[in-house]
Design a protein around this ligand. Structure first.
Ligand SMILES: [Zn+2]
Length: 399
C-alpha cells in the first residue's frame, strides 16, 4: 500500500493548481470548466485520502487486538516467567515444557513485531490525517473560487445584457436657442448658455450609459427650429429631448415638461418624476403642447421639451448657474430617458465625480477671480470664461 505517496502527489498537484495566478476576470466558460474539473478531482483526492486514513485505522485496530491476544499467552508474572525458564531448562526431558518454551519465544517475537508495526502505523496515521485535512481545505478553496467565478460570470452577463440594451438607445439632445437667439435673458445670463451647459452634462451622462448620443448644436450657434426634429429623425433617434430654462415672473414655480401626447408624454412624465425630486416647490408638471411648438410639431420621433426652473425667479436663477445643480438636472433627465427606454441607469462613479468637480470648480474660481479683477459690479455669467474648456469638452464627447 503506497498511501502516503499517493496523497502527497495529489496534494502537490492541487497546490500547484491553486497557486497559479488567477486571471483578472476568472469568469469565462473556460475558467469555470477548469475550476469545475479541479473541484471534481480535488474532491476525489480528498475522498481517497479519507479512505486511506480509514484503512490505517482498521489495521491499527487489528494490530492492537492481536497484540492483546499475544500478551494473553505470555506469562504475566515474574513467578510464571521463572517457571517458564525452569521448564525450558527441563526441555530435553519434557516435550510439553519444550513446546511451551517455544510458544513463549514465538509470542515474544510476535509482540515485538506488532509493537513496531503499531509505531509505524501511528506515524503514517498522523501523516495521512494531515494530508486528508489539507485536501479537504483544498476542496473548500476550489469550491469558493468556483462560486466566485459563477457570481462574476452572472455579473458580466448582466452587464453584457445592460450594455446591449443601452446600445439601442439613440438620444438626440437639443440645447434650446443659440447664436442670435439667446432665449430667456436675465442680466448677462442667457438661456442659450444654460441649455448648452446642461446639454453637455446630459451628453456626458448618456455616454456613461453606453447610449448613442447626438446634439443638434455643440456651440453657441443658431440652428433653425425645424432643423432640430429633422436631424433627430435623420439620425434615427429613439428620443429627442430639447433642453430649456423657463422665464415667467419672480416667483419660483419649479420645472415643466411639454409634449404632444403619445411616447413624448411618457418621456415627459419620466423626466418630470426625476426632476421633481430636485425642487422644494411644486412643479408645473408634464403639460400638453397647446402652442404648437416647432420642435415638437415637427418631431417624428418621441420628443419632449424640458423647461428647467426659471431665469426670472432669483432663487432658481442662482440654482441654474450652479454647475452642481446643472449636473443634478442632467442626471435626472438621463434617468427619465433610461426609464422611458426601460434600460438600467448607471450613476456616476465616485471617482468620476471627484475627477470632474475640481476642474469645474477651478474654472469657476478663475472666472470669479477675473470678474473681480475687471471690477464688474453687475453679476456675470460664471460660464463666460469656461467656454474654451466647454467647447473642447463637447468635441471630445461628440467626436
Ligand atoms: Zn427656451
Amino acid at each position: 500500500m503506497n498511501v502516503t505517496h499517493r496523497i502527497t502527489v495529489a496534494a502537490v498537484a492541487l497546490a500547484v493548481a491553486l497557486t497559479a495566478p488567477a486571471p483578472a476576470l476568472a469568469a469565462d466558460a473556460h475558467t469555470i470548466a477548469e475550476l469545475t474539473s479541479l473541484a471534481t478531482s480535488s474532491t476525489v483526492q480528498a475522498e481517497r485520502a479519507t479512505e486511506e486514513l480509514e484503512e490505517i485505522d482498521l489495521r491499527l485496530e487489528e494490530a492492537h487486538e492481536e497484540l492483546a491476544e499475544v500478551e494473553d499467552t505470555l506469562p504475566s508474572t515474574a513467578r510464571e516467567e521463572f517457571r517458564a525458564a525452569a521448564a525450558a531448562l527441563a526441555a530435553p526431558f519434557s516435550h510439553a515444557a519444550a513446546e511451551r518454551a517455544e510458544e513463549i519465544v514465538d509470542a515474544l517475537d510476535r509482540r515485538d513485531e506488532l509493537a513496531a508495526e503499531i509505531l509505524e502505523l501511528e506515524d503514517r496515521r498522523e501523516e495521512a490525517e494531515q494530508e486528508a485535512e489539507e485536501s479537504r481545505e483544498s476542496v473548500a478553496e476550489v469550491q469558493a473560487r468556483l462560486e466566485a467565478a459563477h457570481v462574476e460570470a452572472q455579473r458580466i452577463e448582466a452587464e453584457r445584457v445592460r450594455a446591449e440594451n443601452a446600445a439601442r438607445v439613440r438620444l438626440m439632445v437639443d440645447p434650446g436657442h443659440g447664436g442670435k437667439d439667446p432665449g430667456a435673458v436675465s442680466g448677462t445670463i442667457y438661456e442659450k448658455d444654460i441649455s448648452l451647459h446642461i446639454s453637455a452634462k446630459v451628453v456626458s451622462a448618456a455616454a456613461r450609459q453606453g447610449w448613442n448620443v447626438g446634439l443638434t448644436r455643440d456651440a453657441d450657434r443658431f440652428v433653425p427650429l425645424d432643423a432640430r426634429p429633422a436631424s433627430a429623425a435623420q439620425w434615427g433617434a429613439t428620443a429627442l429631448v430639447s433642453i430649456h430654462a423657463n422665464s415667467y415672473g419672480p416667483t419660483p414655480k419649479g420645472n415643466m415638461t411639454i409634449h404632444r401626447g403619445g411616447a413624448g408624454q411618457v418621456i415627459g412624465q419620466e423626466i418630470m418624476d426625476e426632476m421633481a425630486l430636485l425642487t422644494a416647490y411644486e412643479d408645473i408638471g408634464n403639460r400638453h403642447d397647446v402652442r404648437g411648438l416647432a420642435v415638437l410639431r415637427g418631431a417624428t420621433v418621441p420628443a419632449v421639451i424640458v423647461e428647467v426652473l426659471s431665469l426670472s425667479a432669483q432663487p432658481e436663477l442662482e440654482a441654474l448657474v450652479d454647475s452642481g445643480v446643472q449636473t443634478q438636472y442632467a442626471e435626472a433627465i438621463v434617468k427619465g430617458v433610461a426609464d422611458f427606454h426601460g434600460v438600467t441607469y448607471v450613476p456616476p462613479a465616485a471617482a468620476e465625480q471627484v475627477a470632474v468637480q475640481p476642474r469645474v470648480t477651478s474654472d469657476a474660481a478663475q472666472a470669479a477671480a477675473s470678474d473681480e479683477a475687471t471690477a464688474a459690479t453687475t453679476p456675470k455669467s460664471p460660464m463666460a470664461s469656461g467656454d474654451d474648456w466647454f467647447t473642447r469638452f463637447l468635441r471630445t464627447l461628440v467626436g
